[in-house]
Design a protein around this ligand. Structure first.
Ligand SMILES: [Zn+2]
Length: 422
C-alpha cells in the first residue's frame, strides 16, 4: 500500500522530537543524520536532523524508531509509526476458506489459560459484524465441527472435502456426490446438509448447483431431521440466501423455477416450495371444506379446473382465478415477483392457485390456497418473512386464519399426485 510521505514525515518528526533526552551516541545509533555534537543545542540538532532526513529514508527511520530501546514513542505516536510501517508492507490476502480452516484448527482451550476472557476481549476490540470482508467467525465460535456431523452415509470427512474441492473449481461428479450425501432421495436431509449451508450460500451467486442444493435442503427444513439447533444457527445464512435468490430472479435466469422455489423455502412457505412445478401440469389434492369430497385441482396448459370422479363419471368445474390487485399475503408476494420477472405462465398459475374453486359435488365455493395451506403447511419455528411487506399486503382469508398451520405432513417432492382419467 502507498504511504503518504507528508503524513510519514509528520509521524517520524513527532517521534524524533521525543528523543531530546537521548545522548548523542544513542541518537547516532538510530541511523538518523545527526549533526556533530558541538553544533548548537540538542533541539537545534534534532531540527537539523529532521531537515537532513530525505523522504526516501523516512520509512527506514520509522522502523528503527519502533524497534530502538532508546525511542519512547507510546500510545498514539507508536500506533501512528506502526500504521505507517505496516501500510508500506505487502498485503497478503488470506481467502475466507483458509481463515475458516485456520479457525477450525485452533483449539483455544489448549492455546490459552482463559479462552473465555480472550473471546470477550476479542469481541470488545474487534467488531467483526462491521467488517464485510469477514466471511466466517474467528476461532472456534460458530465454526463447524465436521468430526461430529455425519452425512447420509454416516461419513464425517467427505462433505467438507467435497465443499473445499467445489470452492476451488466446479465439478459435476463432486456436486452429484455432495447432493446425495446431504439430501437422500425424497425427504431426508442430514445434519451435514445444514452444516454445509453457509458454504453453499457463499457459492450460490455464481453456481446453479449450489442454489439448487441449498434450496433442496431448505425445502426440507420443516421435516423431521432433528437438526433444529443447526438450522437455527443458519438464520443469517438463510437471509443472505434469500437476498441472493431475489437478485438472481430479477435476471430472469434459466433456473428460475428452482430459484423461485428456494426463495419460497427461505420464506418458510415450505408447502408451496415443495408443490409448485411451474404450472405446466400442476395437480393439487384437496378436500372440499363443506362436503369433504376428495378432489384434484388442475392448473396447467391442459386446463384449470376442480375434478372429482364419481365412479366412471368425471365432474369438473372451471377455476376462478384471483384478480391480481385483490391478492394478499403470500399469494400477492409470489404473484408480484413472477410478474416483475416476466414469468407470465407462473404468474397466471399463481393467480389460479390463489383464486377460488367450486366443488363439483356440492357447488360450494372456496379459496384453493387457503385449503391447501391449511392442510399442508408445516408449523413454522423461525419468524422469517422474505417477501417484503408491500408485496404481501395484509389480512387473512375469510375461510382460514392467516397463520393456519397444517394438520398433515406437507407434500414432499416426488409424492405429488398425478392427473387422473382421460
Ligand atoms: Zn363439496
Amino acid at each position: 500500500m502507498a504511504v503518504d510521505p507528508t503524513k510519514l514525515r509528520e509521524t517520524v518528526s513527532t517521534a524524533v522530537w521525543e528523543l531530546h533526552s537521548c545522548t548523542h551516541r544513542q541518537l547516532t545509533e538510530l541511523g538518523l543524520p545527526i549533526p556533530t555534537e558541538d553544533t548548537g543545542t540538542k533541539s537545534q540538532r534534532l531540527e537539523a536532523c529532521l531537515k537532513a532526513l530525505p523522504d526516501d529514508d523516512l520509512l527506514q527511520a520509522a522502523q528503527r524508531l519502533l524497534h530502538s530501546p532508546h525511542a519512547s514513542a507510546r500510545d498514539k505516536e507508536r500506533f501512528a509509526l506502526e500504521d505507517a510501517v505496516w501500510d508500506a508492507e505487502t498485503v497478503i490476502e488470506i481467502p475466507g476458506r483458509a481463515r475458516c480452516e485456520l479457525a477450525d484448527a485452533i483449539d483455544l482451550d489448549e492455546l490459552l489459560h482463559r479462552p473465555d476472557r480472550f473471546e470477550r476481549a476479542l469481541e470488545r476490540f474487534w467488531h467483526l459484524d462491521d467488517d464485510p470482508n469477514v466471511g466466517c467467525p474467528v476461532f472456534n465460535t460458530g465454526v463447524v465441527d465436521w468430526a461430529r456431523i455425519h452425512d447420509s452415509r454416516f461419513d464425517v470427512d467427505r462433505v467438507p472435502a467435497l465443499l473445499a474441492q467445489l470452492e476451488r473449481r466446479d465439478d459435476a461428479d463432486a456436486w452429484q456426490e455432495l447432493a446425495w450425501r446431504l439430501v437422500l432421495e425424497g425427504d431426508l436431509v442430514f445434519p451435514a446438509g445444514f452444516a454445509a449451508l453457509p458454504q453453499l450460500v457463499r457459492l450460490a451467486p455464481r453456481s446453479m448447483q449450489a442454489r439448487a442444493l441449498a434450496g433442496r435442503i431448505l425445502e426440507r427444513a420443516a421435516g423431521h431431521h432433528a437438526c433444529d439447533d443447526l438450522l437455527a444457527d443458519c438464520a443469517g445464512t438463510i437471509t443472505e440466501f434469500g437476498e441472493t435468490l431475489d437478485r438472481h430472479l430479477r435476471s430472469r435466469p434459466a433456473d428460475y423455477l428452482v430459484s423461485f422455489r428456494a426463495l419460497l423455502a427461505v420464506a418458510q412457505e415450505y408447502h408451496w416450495a415443495n408443490a409448485i412445478e411451474g404450472f405446466t401440469d400442476d395437480i393439487y389434492e384437496l378436500e372440499c371444506p363443506h362436503c369433504a369430497a376428495a378432489m384434484k385441482i388442475a392448473v396447467g396448459r391442459f386446463g384449470c379446473y376442480a375434478q372429482v370422479w364419481d365412479s366412471d363419471e368425471e365432474l369438473r368445474r372451471e377455476l376462478r382465478p384471483a384478480v391480481a390487485e385483490e391478492l394478499t399475503g403470500t399469494g400477492r408476494g409470489m404473484h408480484r415477483t413472477a410478474v416483475r420477472d416476466g414469468q407470465g405462465a407462473l404468474a397466471d398459475g399463481i393467480a389460479h392457485l390463489f383464486g377460488d374453486a367450486q366443488c363439483p359435488v356440492c357447488a360450494s365455493v372456496f379459496n384453493i390456497a387457503d385449503e391447501y395451506t391449511h392442510a399442508n403447511r408445516p408449523a413454522a419455528f423461525i419468524d422469517r418473512v422474505f417477501f417484503s411487506a408491500q408485496d404481501t399486503g395484509a389480512g387473512a382469508s375469510p375461510s382460514r386464519p392467516a397463520d393456519g398451520v397444517g394438520t398433515r405432513p406437507y407434500a414432499a417432492p416426488g409424492t405429488k399426485p398425478r392427473r387422473q382419467g382421460p
